[in-house]
Design a protein around this ligand. Structure first.
Ligand SMILES: *Cc1c(COP(=O)(O)O)cnc(C)c1O
Length: 394
């Protein structure tokens, strides 16, 4: 035991000495465009709260009503005695919203991705995965016996080569797995091209659309809607734009969802979502479907913010998504800029290894519809000041 803990301690020391240590700040207010941290009011630029729904009165009210009328917890997995009318209502509403036959809820999208591959594919099959896919897709693929192929991020030449290799290796079913939006960069997967290649090689397409559902594409139906394609299997979260609480799902053809209910391990062996979360999820879909004004505000904010940062001389990754990464490359530099911004009343977070490759450290700023023009102007002034103070800009 002593040796074991000594070894762990030396690994912890290593993480610190490489400048890769992550600390957590405690927020004492609800999530929002402004938050309270250590008694100070801060502008928050790092939540996945794209539409500003995390503390929306309609969601809070829906959750309270469900809490009063349907209780706090389910104390059961879904198939024993954990399914309320609300759970099925949310699953049906999500399916309609996403243009799929049916949906199955999970505790989180991490669980949905851990669940989705293993029951659908076996050793005769192949999964072709984008190199930058979310950790939960990688873990889900590890749990599945299908043969694994990997293609360079959004590289269609490589994807086609892997499709050919899987076909040559005699795969029965082939599934391409990709994020709809790559969350560290804000890049969209070219789903129109991926769909065309999938069709050409008779492969299935699985898309994890966590960073898009609610605001990308017409009516916020996500990256597939943005590109006008339909994936065969779609996973997503209620924990980002759709209210930001907790909950994940798989949407797809009826037989896929039916098999998930019979065989998906994180579904069969884990508790049902609480009624308050489910009811707020239903209310979130209503807001999102009628949310053109929120989406307009979000993308106006994103364009203004991107232009302001570029004008100040920051090195940005290009894109159309409200994730706008400020590249620092060096982890300690990213931490220093984030720390200075914190002193100036702007909450951002440095991202570095292992969440991005070494030498690709950044501050990932994220826009949301709850930020006002005044907020953005104050935050831009803080970025200019902090950028100069840390030597990031001239
Ligand atoms: C956030 C995220 C997840 C995890 O979703 P949770 O519901 O928080 O577990 C999975 N995939 C992607 C691409 C994500 O961005």
């Amino acid at each position: 035991m002593t040796n074991f803990l000594t070894d762990i301690q030396s690994r912890l020391d290593g993480i610190k000495s490489e400048g890769l240590w992550k600390t957590e700040r405690e927020i004492t207010s609800p999530q929002g465009g402004h938050i309270s941290v250590g008694g100070r009011d801060m502008i928050n630029l790092c939540a996945n709260n794209y539409l500003g729904l995390a503390n929306h009165p309609a969601l809070v009210a829906a959750a309270k009503t469900a809490l009063d009328e349907q209780g706090f917890g389910m104390a059961s997995v879904r198939f024993i005695c954990g399914t309320q009318d609300l759970h099925r209502q949310l699953e049906e509403r999500l399916a309609r919203f996403l243009g799929q036959d049916d949906t199955i809820l999970f505790a989180a999208c991490f669980d949905a991705n851990a669940a989705v591959f293993e029951p659908l594919l076996d050793a005769q099959d192949a999964i072709i995965s984008d190199a930058l896919n979310h950790a939960s897709i990688i873990d889900g693929i590890r749990l599945c016996k299908a043969k694994r192929y990997r293609y360079a991020n959004a590289d269609m030449t490589d994807l086609e080569a892997q499709l050919r290799a899987a076909r040559d290796d005699g795969a029965r079913h082939i599934m391409i797995a990709t994020d709809g939006v790559f969350s560290m960069d804000g890049y969209l997967a070219p789903l129109d091209k991926i769909r065309a290649l999938a069709d050409k090689y008779d492969a299935l397409l699985m898309v994890d659309d966590c960073h898009a559902t609610g605001f990308m594409g017409p009516k916020g139906a996500g990256t597939p809607a943005h590109f006008g394609i339909k994936p065969d299997v779609l996973t997503g979260t209620l924990g980002k734009a759709m209210g930001g609480a907790i909950g994940g799902y798989i949407a797809g053809p009826q037989p896929v969802i039916d098999l998930m209910r019979q065989r998906a391990r994180p579904y069969l062996f884990s508790n049902a979502l609480p009624p308050a979360v489910v009811a707020a999820g239903i209310a979130a879909i209503e807001l999102v479907e009628n949310g053109d004004a929120l989406r307009k505000q979000l993308f106006e904010n994103a364009a203004y913010w991107r232009a302001g940062l570029a004008d100040a001389g920051f090195d940005l990754l290009e894109g159309e998504h409200p994730i706008i990464p400020v590249m620092l490359y060096d982890a300690e530099k990213a931490q220093a800029l984030a720390a200075r911004l914190f002193e100036l009343g702007v909450y951002v977070s440095g991202f570095f290894f292992p969440v991005v490759p070494k030498g690709r450290a950044r501050i990932r700023t994220q826009m949301n519809a709850a930020l006002t023009r005044d907020d953005l102007d104050s935050a831009l002034a803080a970025f200019r000041q902090a950028g100069k103070d840390t030597g990031v800009i001239a």
